[in-house]
Design a protein around this ligand. Structure first.
Ligand code: AMP
Length: 383
């Protein structure tokens, strides 16, 4: 396969069509690229920006090959793209990051096992397999003596979906029934002081760059607010970046990867999750950094030199879920009356509760000030 840089004027294919593809496509268009997107949806957040929107199932491998043949490189904005889809695309063009990266990271058990086997710090976990008669012998064996835990589906989980907090066998069994008795992972509950994440990028030549860690607040398993730089000192930031670098290298990623961490009460870092793509906690890089995480994705998958990750100003980001529309159209002008606040909307027409519709970003002299400002802006939307 030709490894020469994919230069401006070329066409990038994006598998998936949500907001991550949209923000990627905005960066790509700005740098003179054309964008094609492929997903089962129409008038999608990415499709509204792309030159071409293909609306077909991921399982239609002939359409996937056709799509891949028409572009110079394929990347992902959605990591649950099935492995055969990535393989079909790779028969026709360059795919970055490679399908194996998706294969590892789209399945919690494979991901945690990869991390543990390579010596990266993770919370204690055990696999829960479905046995021959559809039961979970593992569950009974494992739960006793495990203590407070979280039972998660092994595959296709995101934003806290498919997760249940359990302590007793009865709770674990009820949770396993509720998730449809599928392969799962039981993780020890981490008593964390904070959650943070590092977005890193690895170029086609192996060069790695990292953004300052973000501190993340979740509500009901969904990211709510991020701010950066995270307030845990240089040593902690360096340690998080050291771990993230090791993961990018061991996974042999060409592209962007986010590592989500727990910071435990005794100040050790445990890796919670990987996302082999730009991440919600990195959205603030658009307004705060020399190069956004989306431009880095573009540069890395095109084999171009990476841009600076320097943060020009501390920043914060607040998600806007569909719930923001409960009382009618949000009061945009009230939030935008704060001049350091930026509005990003993803072009989704149906504001369902829990659905990520957009975000607000704010920059300020310090990260806590930016956080306060972005929260204030968001509260103005529904006043
Ligand atoms: P996940 O989808 O696995 O990233 O989980 C979503 C959120 O659930 C995390 O950001 C945490 O807030 C919480 N969570 C997940 N796993 C654990 C765990 N093992 N211990 C404590 N909290 C967890």
């Amino acid at each position: 396969m030709n490894k020469a840089p994919v230069l401006p004027g070329s066409t990038i294919g994006v598998l998936g069509s949500g907001q991550l593809g949209r923000m990627f496509a905005i960066s790509a268009r700005r740098m003179g690229y054309r964008v094609h997107t492929y997903s089962p949806d129409r008038d999608s957040p990415t499709g509204q920006i792309a030159d071409v929107e293909i609306d077909a199932p991921y399982e239609d491998l002939d359409r996937v090959r056709q799509f891949a043949s028409a572009v110079d490189v394929v990347t992902f904005e959605f990591e649950n793209v099935p492995a055969p889809t990535a393989e079909a695309a790779a028969e026709c063009t360059l795919v970055r990051p490679a399908g194996e990266v998706l294969h590892t990271t789209q399945h919690r058990l494979r991901e945690k096992t990869f991390l543990r086997n390579h010596g990266f710090p993770v919370t204690r976990f055990e696999p829960i397999a479905v046995d021959a008669d559809g039961g979970a012998d593992d569950l009974c064996r494992v739960v006793s003596g495990f203590g407070p835990a979280i039972l998660k589906t092994a595959g296709f989980g995101y934003d806290g979906k498919g997760q249940f907090r359990v302590e007793t066998l009865a709770e674990a069994q009820a949770a396993w029934d509720a998730m449809g008795r599928q392969e799962a992972i039981l993780e020890a509950l981490v008593d964390f002081e904070a959650e943070l994440s590092v977005v890193g990028v690895r170029g086609a030549d192996g060069q790695c760059m990292f953004y300052a860690p973000s501190c993340n607040h979740h509500v009901a398993g969904i990211l709510d607010v991020s701010f950066s730089p995270a307030p845990f000192g240089r040593q902690m930031a360096n340690e998080a970046i050291r771990i993230a670098r090791g993961i990018l290298e061991q996974l042999n990623v060409t592209g962007v990867l986010c590592v989500e961490f727990f910071l435990t009460r005794d100040h050790t870092l445990l890796v919670n999750e990987l996302a082999p793509r730009p991440h919600n906690s990195g959205h603030l890089t658009i307004d705060a950094c020399v190069t956004s995480q989306f431009e880095q994705q573009l540069r890395s998958v095109c084999g171009l030199p990476l841009g600076s990750t320097e943060m020009l100003r501390p920043a914060a980001m607040a998600n806007l879920l569909g719930d923001t529309w409960t009382g009618g159209e949000p009061k945009w002008e009230a939030a935008l009356a704060l001049p350091e606040v930026k509005l990003h909307l993803y072009g989704k027409s149906e504001p369902r509760p829990g659905r990520k519709m957009g975000h607000l970003a704010a920059t300020a002299a310090t990260a806590p000030l930016a956080e306060r400002l972005v929260r204030k802006a968001r509260s103005r939307l529904s006043r």
